[in-house]
Design a protein around this ligand. Structure first.
Ligand SMILES: [Fe+2]
Length: 277
């Protein structure tokens, strides 16, 4: 491994997903993000002008079994000596045309959250490269933003995560982190892991339902089923998860333009003039 997670608060594992898996995921994501759920529940939900997500991706993605990917990530956690962690949340995001950086901050969250990120497309300096100040997960942080001059002082400790697509990054969200502008497309997977007792005692913080579909319950998943027995409740309402917005996202977050275009497309199909999938 390139660095020690316990010292740096971040570690990169290159080539975690193969080139073939990445090619297949890109193709599949290209389709899933081509429409919002106005066109059907398999598609995406718009979270902002720049970001969409496919809710509950473990049941939406077919080319790679994301439950098995979670098992493989969990094995990496065990190698780092993190035992008894559960899969708390999985998300699949698409971002583009975002001229704004995500400003440097700490999530100031306890509970020992370990976040895993795998970029499928983009992730470079103009497509949302993730950045982390190594070692800052150990600081006693009382404010979410770094003090003036801190980043300049620590510039040699900033890790820019613009490695080859398919690399796995594990990081501690207490450490200061940010994301570059994202004018070009970035598609990424995020897996959060937490100890069971934190999920049970903080049912509305980070954790969310992990959808398990019959088609994805492979022998490998069954063998590791404990990973998914995570204590998430039926009424989980963690912010930034579909559990929170699933009954409160009119038109799947689509803009007026997208709504009008969808109606137009459906109408043209009805009268036999539109492209039929
Ligand atoms: Fe954050």
């Amino acid at each position: 491994m390139e660095s020690n997670y316990k010292i740096d608060g971040i570690v990169a594992i290159e080539g975690f997903l193969s080139d073939e898996q990445i090619a297949n995921l890109r193709k599949e994501c290209n389709d899933l993000f081509s429409y919002t759920q106005l066109m059907g529940p398999g598609y995406s939900v718009r979270l902002s002008n720049f970001v969409s997500e496919v809710p509950y991706p473990t049941i939406k993605i077919n080319s790679v079994n994301l439950l098995e990917v979670a098992v493989d990530i969990h094995k990496e956690l065990e190698k780092l000596d993190y035992k008894d962690y559960k899969l708390a949340h999985v998300a699949l995001y698409h971002e583009n045309k975002n001229p704004n950086e995500l400003i440097w901050h700490s999530d100031m969250r306890n509970g020992g959250l370990i976040r895993a990120q795998i970029v499928i497309e983009g992730g470079d300096l103009n497509s949302g490269a993730f950045r982390f100040v190594k070692g800052t997960q150990k600081l006693k942080i009382n404010e979410p933003f770094p003090p003036a001059g801190f980043l300049e002082k620590e510039k040699d400790n900033i890790m820019v995560c613009n490695k080859k697509n398919g690399s796995l990054f594990l990081f501690d969200t207490i450490g200061y982190h940010s994301k570059c502008v994202c004018m070009d497309t970035r598609v990424s997977l995020m897996f959060d892991f937490l100890p069971l007792d934190y999920i049970v005692n903080n049912p509305n913080d980070v954790s969310s339902d992990i959808a398990l579909s019959s088609a994805k319950i492979s022998p490998k998943v069954i063998e590791n089923i404990d990973l998914f027995v995570n204590g998430v409740q039926n009424d989980s309402r963690s912010a930034n998860t579909p559990d929170f917005y699933r009954f409160n996202k009119p038109f799947s977050g689509a803009s007026l333009k997208e709504i009008v275009n969808t109606f137009k497309m459906v109408f043209l199909r009805k009268i036999g003039k539109g492209k039929v999938n």
